[in-house]
Every structure is written in C-alpha cells, then in structure tokens.
Design a protein around this ligand. Sequence first.
Ligand code: GDP
Length: 301
Amino acid sequence: DKGLEKSSQNLFSKLGKAIVGKSKVDDEVLDELEEILITSDVGVETTIKVIRRIEERVSKERYINTTELDKILREEIASLLEENNTNDLADFDLPESAGPYVIMVVGVNGVGKTTTIGKLAYQFKQKGKSVVLGAADTFRAAAVDQLILWGDRVEVPVISHGMNTDPASVAFDTVKKAVELKADVVIVDTAGRLHTKVNLMNELTKIKRVMQKFIPEAPHEVLLVLDGSTGQNAFIQAKEFTRATDITSLAITKLDGTAKGGVVIGISDQFKIPVKYIGVGEKMNDLQVFNRKEFVDSLFK
Ligand code: GDP
C-alpha cells in the first residue's frame, strides 16, 4: 500500500530502535513502547490499554523475546480495531436500501471533506452507481465551488444554491432530485464550522429532518471526516461531532503525507465508530475502503 508507507516506516522503525541490544520484553522496553505509541498519536487512553494487554501477556508467559514483540503488538492492535470494525467492506459496495442511499458528510474545514466526497462519488461511479451531490456547506465560499468542480471532474450532478443560502434547503433539493433521478447514492456536504455546538447541532438536525421528508431512514450514514495528520485535534473534533450528532462512520484522510497512522487506532478505540475509508492522497483514486488487516500489516512492513 503505497499511501501508508510513511506511517509504517515510523512505528516499525521506532520499535526496532527501542529493542536494539535487548532480548527480553521488560519494563524498560514497555516504557519505550508506551512512548512510541503516544508519539504516534495513538492517544493516551488507548496506549495505556495496549500496554496493559502486553504486560498481561508478559506476566502470563513469563518471558517474551523482543523479536516477538512486533507480533504481539500487531495482534493487540488488530484485536482493538476488530472490536470496532465489525463489517469491513471488501469494496465500495452499498448496503441495500429502498431509494437512494444517503450519506451526510460532516467535519471541520480543511480536513479533506470536499476531496473525500469527490473521491467517493468517483469510486461509486466506477462501481456503476449513479450519484448526486449536494453542496450544503454554504458557509465557506470555496466549498460550493470546489464541490461543483469535483462534480464536473467525476461527471455527477451537484445541487447547489450558492453561498450563504440555507443548507437545509440545499439538502432538500438534493434528495428530491436524487429520488426523481432514481439515483443510487446521495452525498451531502455540510458546513464545517464549530463556532457553537448548539448551532452545529441544530443545523445538522434540520438537514436530517428535511431529508426524511423523502426518505424516512435518511441519512443512512453520517460520515465524519478527520485529518489523520492533525493528531490530538482529530480526537477533539471526534469528541465535538459525536456530541453534536450520531456519527455512524469515519473517514480518516492524509495518511499518506504523515507518520500519524496511530490516530486510526486511537480514534476507532475511543469512539467505537468504525473507520470506513482512509485518504491516501489528493487524487480521485486515493481513497481506500479501510481494511483492518492491511492497515495493521502496513504499520509493521
Ligand atoms: P475541506 O475544507 O475539508 O473540504 O478540505 P478539502 O477537501 O478542500 O481538502 C483540503 C486539502 O487537503 C486539499 O489540498 C486536498 O487536496 C488535501 N487532501 C484531502 N485529502 C487528502 C489526502 O488523503 N491526502 C493528501 N495528501 N491530501 C489530501
């Protein structure tokens, strides 16, 4: 996996350095491992959890060779991810739904929200699905234009009323259009501002409500986009958004340009929300369906 190389080199090479000249996993090695996980943005809570699990195994098995440490660490990380990612999709498949499958996308500006929507539209189109996009992030001028650009590039319709218009009204027209066109997927961009939590909550609730006029189950998915290179900020945003609305899945972007793959482990563990997609570049093709096994392997390659 080309995109994940930087994060992999990082965790593995740090681990390698920590155990140089040592044969046994002792307190010193565990302290180093703890520091490696924290500096890799796994987050304190999840790091402590992983270290405890390894300590337990060390005390049970009495003697663990340092060469086994990466295998054990790999197993523990995989098991943490498995607890929260029960249904890895093999590909860009959609669950069955009556009428269009509605994905509402949330996240703060700059995390790669628009890009992720464009990539998703592209991937679904590649799979033979028809897509309609809704430009309901009407707060940031560039957001509407950027989404229209992606729509042109990917050749899917974008419903937009321009800047500073009512986001709920854009969402309404988007779902209406998608139903008319019998589209397979609707992806609605929403404003990424977090000025006040109440504002955000009200706006997201209103958008959901208007969609439900056409499709009672909408949105089928609320996808939170987080920038994997921002470390603790990604944790803070996850906390804010999960308080504001029900998040059903995560997309973690920019895992190509950074050594911060650890965010995926910590966020998935702490928020119990499946990571569904990972962004590994700026191009249309640079979005992958998250596969926990591949991800863990890439950390140790
Ligand atoms: P938005 O404000 O959240 O809609 O963010 P954008 O979609 O405009 O993305 C912000 C910047 O991040 C743009 O320059 C994108 O090309 C870039 N970007 C988005 N996703 C990725 C990714 O997975 N990897 C890299 N390297 N850049 C990305």
